[in-house]
Design a binder for this molecule. Structure first.
Ligand code: EPZ
Length: 416
């Protein structure tokens, strides 16, 4: 596992360009298997989650050409629908999108359960509820999942929770089913319309993506298409928060401000000064930050993926800030690491309380998951002295070229 060594409290300024969205790319790549021809996807971030998906495609005898400009061409005509073993499936949560894609095209899937991680048990009951409604039989044991269907027939599927993964996976399984599928209480995260646009470019018939009712009319054939991954709203939010915490002046560009509206509103409540452009935000360190409270909700509410990064900014805000994490049952592990840096934090069930402003001191800490790691990078950049972040590979899963991007704005950071 790599470590990040950060000497904090430097003057940061300049520009950061945001990459393609991880949580979009990790669905678009497996979904390519639904196509009867080649697909080209551009603006794919160069991150280890994409490397892991590439390994699974190769395991299935698909061919994938990854250019170094973020363009990926996937030839999936000749795939061999083999079981996906634990070693491959456990590498990332999003391996579960191969269920929807392979079921949708071949009516058969065998794979090990996708990787959970430390933020929670991460069940897939809603995904399976959708697949069964479409006519799939689910078998296997508590390690392996087998899905089989003689035929997939459109159905009405109500999601008890507006699950991002279940919404996307059911969409993938439904695009080639016979008849019409309606997903009710669908997730509305911006990645979903982007994935629907990609499938429609292949000839799928999906309406309502981005709203809570998605209608999918099954088709028999999906043709070649080219598609662009939308900017990563969580990466964008991460760097905007970093700018508010410790930059003299930071321009975060190539973003869709609307996709992080909830974050921008909360930062305004904290008295952060920002200039919001058409596809950029300019932000600078604010000396008089005010405490705020956050509750994580499905889109367009405050994203759970940004609360761990906000926690670092909250250590610099005057008063007691709070976070109510309603989505995941164990997403505060970064807070215990920040206690080692001198932060004043209390955790009580799904709520965390952060009192500031407190001076953070560099020390040795551990990344426990992707966004926890990102939050600790902000804390280390804020802190006096040197911080070593162990298990930095978690961070590399979702942040393309993070060391280069930080060095370019003056951060003293090294990956070892
Ligand atoms: C996606 O995970 C993201 N991952 C997560 O981002 C993000 O935190 C999450 O959506 C919520 O926005 C990817 O897109 C690869 P969910 P996903 O299904 O799809 C419950 C990151 O940092 N649930 O919306 O797994 C579940 O327990 C990652 O990039 C069920 O109960 O999230 C949780 O409480 C971390 N049954 C809630 O729904 C199910 O079948 C949210 O899950 C599925 C989910």
């Amino acid at each position: 596992m790599h470590k990040l060594i950060i000497n904090g409290n430097k003057e940061l300024k300049g520009e950061i360009s945001i990459s393609g969205a991880k949580n979009c790319a990790v669905a678009l790549i497996p979904a390519a298997l639904l196509c009867d021809e080649d697909v080209t996807i551009s603006n794919v971030p160069n991150i280890s989650d994409v490397d892991a998906l590439e390994e699974i495609l190769i395991h299935l005898d698909a061919k994938i050409d990854r250019k170094n400009n973020g363009e990926v061409v996937i030839h999936s005509g000749s795939i061999n629908n083999k079981p996906i073993d634990e070693e491959l499936a456990k590498k990332l949560r999003a391996s579960y999108y191969f269920m929807g894609a392979l079921l949708g095209k071949y009516k058969h899937v065998e794979m090990s359960f996708p990787g959970g991680c430390s933020i929670g048990k991460r069940p897939i009951d809603l995904h399976l509820k959708g697949f069964k409604a479409l006519g799939a039989k689910v078998s296997g044991d508590d390690e392996n999942i087998i899905l089989d269907a003689d035929e997939l027939t459109g159905a009405d599927i109500y999601l008890d929770f507006a699950s991002v993964g279940a919404t996307i996976n059911i969409m993938l399984a439904a695009v080639r089913a016979k008849g019409t599928t309606i997903i009710k209480n669908a997730a509305k995260e911006p990645e979903i319309p982007n994935i629907a646009e990609y499938l429609n470019a292949m000839g799928a018939k999906i309406k309502g993506a981005g709203t809570d009712i998605i209608t999918i009319e099954g088709v028999d054939y999906l043709k070649s298409c080219t598609h662009t991954v939308l900017p990563d709203r969580i990466e964008a939010g991460t760097y905007i928060i970093l700018g508010a915490a410790c930059a003299k002046n930071l321009v975060v560009k190539n973003i869709v401000p609307k996709h992080i509206d909830s974050l921008l509103e909360k930062l305004k409540e904290m008295n952060v000064k920002m200039k919001i452009g058409k596809n950029s935000v300019t932000v600078k360190q604010s000396k008089r930050l005010k405490a705020t409270e956050i509750i994580t909700l499905v889109y367009p509410g405050f994203p759970t993926d940004l609360q761990q990064i906000m926690a670092s900014l909250m250590t610099q805000a005057k008063g007691e800030s709070s976070i109510d994490e309603t989505i995941w049952e164990n997403r505060f592990l970064n807070l215990y690491e920040m206690l080692k840096m001198g932060a004043k934090i209390e955790v009580n069930g799904s709520k965390a309380y952060i009192t500031g402003p407190t001076k953070l001191k560099g020390t040795e800490i551990n990344a426990t998951d992707l966004r926890a790691g990102a939050g600790l990078v902000v804390a280390a950049l804020l802190a006096e002295g040197t911080t070593t972040i162990n298990n930095a590979d978690y961070i590399l899963r979702g942040y393309e070229n993070i060391v280069d991007k930080l060095r370019k704005i003056g951060a003293d950071v090294e990956l070892v």
